[in-house]
Write a protein that binds this ligand. Sequence first.
Ligand code: BTN
Length: 355
Amino acid sequence: MSREDYSVESRLLSLLSLGQIVSGEKIASRLKISRQALHKRIELLRQKGYRIDGKPKQGYRIASVPDRLSVQRVLSSIQTQSLGKNIIYLDQTDSTQNQAKKLAGDGCKEGALVIAEKQTAGKGRLGRVWVSSGGGIWASLVFRPDIPPQNVPLLSLVISLAVAEAIDHFCSGLGKKIRCGLKWPNDVMIQTGGNYKKVCGILTEMSAESERVHWVVLGFGINVNNKIPVELKHSASNLQSVAGLKLDRTMLLCSVLEKIEEKYRKFMDHGFADLKSDYLSRCILKGKIVTLSDTEGSTTGRFVGIGEDGVLILRIKNRTANFFAGDVTLIPLRSPRRPAGTGAPVTAKGRFRGM
Ligand code: BTN
């Protein structure tokens, strides 16, 4: 497609993006093309999988978009200063993290974004595999924050808050009221059938010296219209099943990027303190007994809070302890099926700071 054709198509998509009927006359005059040329453009979009209703004497309206991420639609809709202005789109890749890390190492600007329809070696936290079949949002963003390396984990808390708010806002625009929860450190959860299930995970990787961050690559995986494998169904869900309809991933991606930029700026200007109460208001660990697991074992305690530096604070017997990393599971307070003895505090030495 020529640059000219691309630009006309982008402007056509952005004129039709509101889902409202727009008259052929108005579109043709805005795009400075003939009605006949407009008709051809509409046909081309239909061939690409867009369902466009044409109503005689009224105009055109997009009824549905192909379930593919569209760079063109992101660029014509997004309202950000720097995030998502430089997008690498891949049909399939091993991991968007690997691609984004290469870009970052080669000196790309802050805000570069790598997205893929599928990942063959999607990476999760703590060395886990992230299942990434088609239908999700698998994306990695490059940041160059001027913060000490030890503050980088806070950034992933900030991004998880942004994703949660963006999902809520996007779904409310579709008339679906949901409120995402957050599970420390950065899992975005939705409530379904009385349980919280994960809809988005965030992975943070960085290159830094002792005092200075070179780059941070923040990867987020959002389960949107993708199928959840049977073995993960107890703990993970997708937005399609909660909203009851297939979501437009491209538009959701725009909302997420806009929210991330807003929160990132706030974090860079005022620190985590300004965002902490919003984070805590969504935190699903409040008032709960939780087990923190990491490479050294597991520890059970009552959730006390999140520190200014992003640590998880637990009360274990009569003292409090701060945790920097790990995986948290909620312990049901009274579970009739829980075998006696499970969930008892097991503490491992040396990986938390007592207070
Ligand atoms: C987690 O374990 O919760 C983090 C999951 C992060 C998954 C995303 S998908 C896009 C990016 N590419 C990857 O390989 N991982 C992250």
